[in-house]
Design a protein around this ligand. Sequence first.
Ligand SMILES: Cc1cc2nc3c(=O)[nH]c(=O)nc-3n(C[C@H](O)[C@H](O)[C@H](O)COP(=O)(O)O)c2cc1C
Length: 359
Amino acid sequence: MSFNTFGHVFRFTTWGESHGPAIGAVVDGCPPGIPLTEADIQPWLDQRRPGTSRFTTQRQEPDQVRILSGVFEGRTTGTPISLMIENVDQRSKDYSEVAKAYRPGHADYAYDAKYGFRDYRGGGRSSARETASRVAAGAVARLVVSEVTITAWVEAIGGDAIDPANFDVDEIGRNPFFCPDAVAAARWETLVDAARKSGSSLGAVVACAATGVPAGWGAPLYAKLDAELAAACMGINAVKGVEIGDGFAAATLRGEDNADPMRPGVDGPEFLANHAGGIAGGIATGQPVTLRVAFKPTSSILTPVATIAPDGAATEIATKGRHDPCVGIRGVPVVAAMVALVLADQKLLHRAQCGTTIG
Ligand SMILES: Cc1cc2nc3c(=O)[nH]c(=O)nc-3n(C[C@H](O)[C@H](O)[C@H](O)COP(=O)(O)O)c2cc1C
């Protein structure tokens, strides 16, 4: 009943806190025989690692992953895969003010209300340090769905969006924002710098596309592929919205404009549009699976905000310590990991019921 586990067949459980000795994940249900080493996981963790640019938190964590179990002679054995990442750069004194007052927008008050006792150092379990464990588990999931290509990027920061005409997938890895539009990335340097220097923070929209998902993955009704993706991404820290395909914009369209017309193709049906984001009836259609994720602005800011102390007294808090000025940036590898984890689970579910991994 404590909800640290996600998935049905391909399941993972995360553990650990921001300022404990280590964090990690246990991946269970992974098929045996898949070649897996730490080198398969590390590049994805390096994408999420803090301290890589002035646009992210300056906490210096190497985020080196160790595989403790579930792999023998370089291949998965089918037993639980335990992944561990040590915390090496904790500065608990930075968080003394968080012990004395709740950060509005963060989980401090809610954790106290529920548990009556909280590890306030760096936010404890509510810190997005936890998302490193998801990225490590996601790296294993990617090997299970090697037929799928998952690409994620930042589409907007602080309401300033990319120009789709400038979209260049190779640009995503060239700037510190995971931005596919070089012109927007240049603007965002000024935007994020200004927010950080003024003691404020910005929200962001992260987009993700998974290509190569075979028609047929997913499930009707109670484990719809869109519902699973939404749950996976809503479960990421600071996420306040998820859209599949056109999402809320679909509600403004007429039926004929929102339909994804079909025609016969060489390898099965061809679709002339993808408003549905590659999912119909909870099941993949074979089109790219597309989604958008809304990240709120970082709650821990230097600008003072009215709040209360744990004894109920009125006060205000200006959060020092090291924080991301825009959490959506480092949210990109986390979104991609969660999509991989859902797809791996759905692939194995499809095989369990239908006896095949393709539709
Ligand atoms: C990659 C990443 C980094 C984050 N870094 C911070 C941070 O430095 N400071 C902060 O206040 N919140 C940060 N957050 C968000 C908090 O973890 C989150 O707001 C908090 O746990 C409350 O949960 P909620 O926003 O989902 O309600 C981060 C989120 C992500 C995804």
